[in-house]
Ligand binder design. Structure first.
Ligand code: 13P
Ligand code: SF4
Length: 349
């Protein structure tokens, strides 16, 4: 586990990280991307970190890939590229820089390393896991193959490199239906998210069988929550991630991946919207959509929230937190991830 006292002592020897209203004022252009959701005193705290990280990125020839669930000061302050799992994986396969800092969870950093083995991939906190990735091992995939002989295995990118290596192809929430439909078999095995699999089954013509994993953030929402919310706040558009249960998805006005949700809100511009997903999603798009009021409860992903500006600065400074994947495992996993990327490009996704 990262020793935060050590992190602070290393950083304070080198950088001036004291809150600064003057610096915050000088960095108004960056602040403008998040000033509806970050208060000026908080920006004065973040600004010295943002300045130090952005300068160090140039020195190290590094790029920061930020998932849509990062907090706004990371997503808008230091990320060079933001997006959903599929967009980040595609970006990781063609970045020019020598170093990739993954502002996201561990399976995303592994995916970047699998696709760019010659690059240094840094993970700001190795403990930023994922309940889905932790729910299955390569043995679990073999168990499913034994139960459904001949059926192809489509594994969500929210899996370890070993599980990807044991699968035939990967998918993300933005291409899962199309990938499953493209399989040359009536029965398709999906791992590890039971709810994504059930939601895909509802939209596909395949017999989808699945592993019983789940996301601890999305499984908390119930259809009753959504009905109660509608009653309390009529007219609000309810927009759910497909890691939610099928009941929740059925109750929602739209369901899509994190980038699908962003696109939907941009296109529809509802007066009020509730995003049935991780908290930071709404914060990250609030400034670009001032006409939309984001309302209602949201759940935080404790893994995503392990990533902070302080830890990003620390790994860029020390070059600690390098992600390694065994070469044989990486070669097999690359086939599954690349098959997904190639098929997604072919399908124009
Ligand atoms: P997306 O692929 O929609 O970005 O989802 C990733 C994730 O971890 C959602 O919980
Ligand atoms: Fe994993 Fe869920 Fe967190 Fe996404 S939100 S990283 S699926 S635990």
């Amino acid at each position: 586990m990262l020793d935060i006292t050590h992190v602070r002592s290393v950083l304070s020897d080198v950088y001036d990280l004291a809150p600064s209203a003057t610096l915050a004022n000088e960095m108004q252009d960056i602040y403008a991307r998040m000033d509806r959701v970050i208060s000026p005193p908080d920006w004065a705290i973040y600004a010295p970190y943002v300045r130090a990280i952005n300068a160090l990125k140039k020195e190290r020839n590094a790029v920061i890939l930020g998932h849509n669930y990062m907090t706004p000061e990371i997503f808008h302050g230091v990320s060079d590229f933001g997006g959903d799992s599929l967009q980040l994986a595609m970006k990781a396969s063609d970045v020019k820089e020598d170093v990739i800092v993954q502002a996201g969870v561990h399976f995303m950093a592994e995916t970047s390393k699998i696709l760019s083995p010659q690059k240094t991939v840094l993970m700001p906190d190795m403990d930023a896991g994922c309940s889905l990735a932790e729910s299955i091992t390569a043995e679990g995939v073999e168990e499913m193959r034994a139960k459904y002989p001949g059926a192809p295995v489509v594994s969500y990118v929210n899996t370890t490199a070993e599980v990807k290596a044991a699968s035939d192809i990967c998918c993300t929430s933005s291409n899962a239906v199309q990938i499953v439909n493209a399989m040359d078999s009536d029965t398709v095995i999906m791992t590890p998210d039971q709810y994504l699999a059930q939601n895909v089954a509802n939209e596909s013509h395949k017999n989808v069988v699945y592993w019983p994993g789940s996301c601890i953030v999305h499984e908390q929402y119930t259809a009753k929550d959504l009905r109660d919310f509608r009653e309390w706040n009529p007219g609000t558009q309810l927009i759910a991630h497909p890691e939610c249960t099928p009941d929740v998805v059925a109750e929602a006005d739209f369901s899509g991946s994190t980038s699908g949700i962003i696109k939907y809100v941009h296109d529809k511009k509802p007066e009020r919207a509730m995003l049935i997903t991780e908290c930071s999603m709404a914060s990250n798009i609030a400034d670009e959509l001032p006409e939309v009021e984001f309302v209602g409860p949201c759940n935080m992903c404790p893994y995503m929230k392990k990533i902070t500006l302080e830890k990003i600065l620390y790994v860029l400074h020390t070059m600690e937190g390098q992600v390694e994947v065994d070469e044989d495992v990486a070669a097999k996993a690359r086939k599954s991830v690349q098959a997904m990327i190639d098929l997604s490009r072919k399908l124009g996704l």
